[in-house]
Design a protein around this ligand. Structure first.
Ligand code: NAD
Ligand code: GDD
Length: 339
C-alpha cells in the first residue's frame, strides 16, 4: 500500500477497526475512510484526518457509495461479540453475510485493488476443540466443516465468497482468522464483551464495590489463547501487504485456562476473589489454540506482547472508564497517534 492510496476500513467504530484507523494514520496513510453503522458518538476512536461516515453496510447502495475511488478495503464490519452474544444471536450474526456480499460486489464494481476480510477461529471444526489440552488449530482444520453455529458458518461462507471472487472475478482477497483479540478501546460490558475484558470488568467491579467475589462462566478450566491488539494490527497489515491469498491464522499460541486468566487479572488488581462458577452460561468450545506455523513461514509474524502486559494495559483502560469519566470516543490528533 502506498501512503497516497485510498484505504477503507469498515467497522471503524469498533474495537479493532478503531485501532486500525489510528495505526494507518500514524504510519502516514493520509486518505483513510472510516465507516461504521453506529452513531459516531459511540465509536471508540475518531480522527479529524479520516473521512468518517455512518453507514449500514448491509445495504448494497451504501457499499457502492463507500467503495468508490477506494484502493484497499479492510472489511471488519460484523454484528458480533463474545460467547454471551454469539450463542444467543445466531440469526443476527448470520446477517453479516449481507455486509461481506455487498462489499465484495461493490469492490468488484469499483475495481478495488485488494480486499481483506476478517474471519475468525470460530470457523474451525468443533470436534477438534473438545479438550482443554487441544491440539493447536492448523488452517486445514476448518474442513470438514463444522464451525461455531451461526457466527462461524457466516464467517466460513464469507471466506469462500472471497476465494471465489478472486478465482472468478480476479479480485485479490486476503482472509485472516483472528483468535480472541483484546486490548483497550473495546467492548467491556453490555453483553458483547469477550473473556479478557469481561474478567477485567468483573475484577474491577469487585475492587470498587468491596464485594470480593467473581462469577466465571463454565468451570474455568476451558482454554483459549488471547492476542493483544498491537500484535493483531502488525499481522493484519503484513497480510494485506503480502501475496498470500489463502485463509491464515492470526492469534497467540499461548494457551491458558480461564482460571489462569482470572489469576493474572487478580494479580494486576492486587486482590483475591471468591470464585463462583456458572456452569450453564455460554461456554463455546472446550479448548482453542492457534497453530502459527504457516504465518511464521509466510509473514515471519509472531506475537510480541505477553498476556500479562497486554492485560495490564486493558485493565487500566477499563478501570478508567468504570472509576471515572468515559474516555471514548478517543479523539486522535490531526496526524493520528503513535500509540
Ligand atoms: P466490534 O464489534 O468492536 O466491531 C465491529 C464493528 O462493526 C462495530 O462497531 C459495529 O457497529 C460494526 N457493524 C456491525 N454491523 C454493521 C453494519 N451493518 N454496517 C456497518 N458497520 C457495522 O468487533 P471487533 O472485535 O473490532 O471485530 C472486528 C472484526 O474482526 C469482525 O469482523 C469480527 O468478526 C472479527 N473478529 C474479531 C475477533 C476478536 O476477538 N475481537 C475475533 C475473531 C474475528
Ligand atoms: N464473554 C465471557 N464473559 N466469557 C467468559 C466469562 C465472562 O464473564 N467468564 C468465563 N468466560 C469463558 C466463556 O464461557 C468461554 O468459554 C471463554 O471464556 C471465552 O469466551 P469469549 O472470550 O467470550 O469467546 P470465545 O473465545 O469462545 O470466542 C471469541 O473469540 C473468537 C475468535 O477466537 C468470540 O469473540 C468470537 O466472536 C471470536 O470469533
Amino acid at each position: 500500500m502506498k501512503s497516497s492510496d485510498v484505504i477503507l476500513v469498515t467497522g471503524a467504530g469498533g474495537f479493532i477497526g478503531g485501532h486500525l484507523v489510528s495505526h494507518l494514520l500514524s504510519r502516514g496513510f493520509t486518505r483513510v475512510v472510516a465507516v461504521d453503522c453506529k452513531e459516531i458518538q459511540d465509536w471508540y476512536q475518531i480522527s479529524p484526518n479520516a473521512r468518517t461516515l455512518q453507514r449500514d453496510l448491509r445495504d448494497r447502495d451504501a457499499c457502492l457509495e463507500v467503495t468508490e475511488g477506494v484502493d484497499h478495503v479492510f472489511n471488519l464490519a460484523a454484528d458480533m461479540g463474545g460467547m454471551g452474544f454469539i450463542e444467543t444471536h445466531k440469526a443476527e450474526c448470520m446477517l453479516s453475510v449481507l455486509i461481506n456480499t455487498h462489499m465484495l460486489m461493490a469492490a468488484r464494481e469499483h475495481g478495488v485493488k485488494r480486499f481483506l476480510y476478517t474471519s475468525s477461529a470460530c470457523v474451525y471444526n468443533g470436534e477438534k476443540q473438545v479438550r482443554p489440552d487441544v491440539t493447536a488449530l492448523r488452517e486445514e482444520d476448518a474442513y470438514p466443516a463444522m464451525p461455531e453455529d451461526g457466527y462461524g458458518w457466516e464467517k466460513l461462507f464469507s471466506e469462500r465468497m472471497c476465494r471465489h471472487f478472486t478465482e472468478d472475478f480476479g479480485i485479490p482477497t486476503r482472509v485472516v482468522r483472528y483468535h480472541n483479540v483484546y486490548g483497550p478501546n473495546g467492548t467491556y460490558d453490555g453483553g458483547r464483551e469477550k473473556a479478557p475484558a469481561a474478567i477485567c470488568r468483573k475484577v474491577i467491579e469487585a475492587k470498587l464495590s468491596g464485594r470480593h467475589e467473581i462469577e466465571i462462566w463454565g468451570d474455568g478450566e476451558q482454554t483459549r489463547s488471547f492476542m493483544y491488539i498491537d500484535d493483531c494490527l502488525k499481522g493484519t497489515l503484513a497480510l494485506m501487504d503480502s501475496d498470500f491469498g489463502e485463509p491464515i491464522n492470526l492469534g497467540s499460541d499461548q494457551l491458558v485456562t480461564i482460571n489462569q486468566l482470572v489469576d493474572m487479572v487478580e494479580d494486576i488488581a492486587g486482590i483475591k476473589l471468591e470464585r463462583r462458577y456458572k456452569l450453564d452460561a455460554p461456554k463455546g468450545v472446550r479448548g482453542r489454540n492457534s497453530d502459527n506455523t504457516l504465518i511464521k513461514q509466510v509473514l515471519g509474524w509472531a506475537p510480541d506482547i505477553r498476556l500479562e502486559d497486554g492485560l495490564a494495559r486493558t485493565y487500566a483502560w477499563i478501570y478508567d472508564q468504570m472509576a471515572g469519566e468515559r474516555t471514548f470516543p478517543r479523539e486522535l490528533a490531526a496526524t493520528g497517534t503513535a500509540d
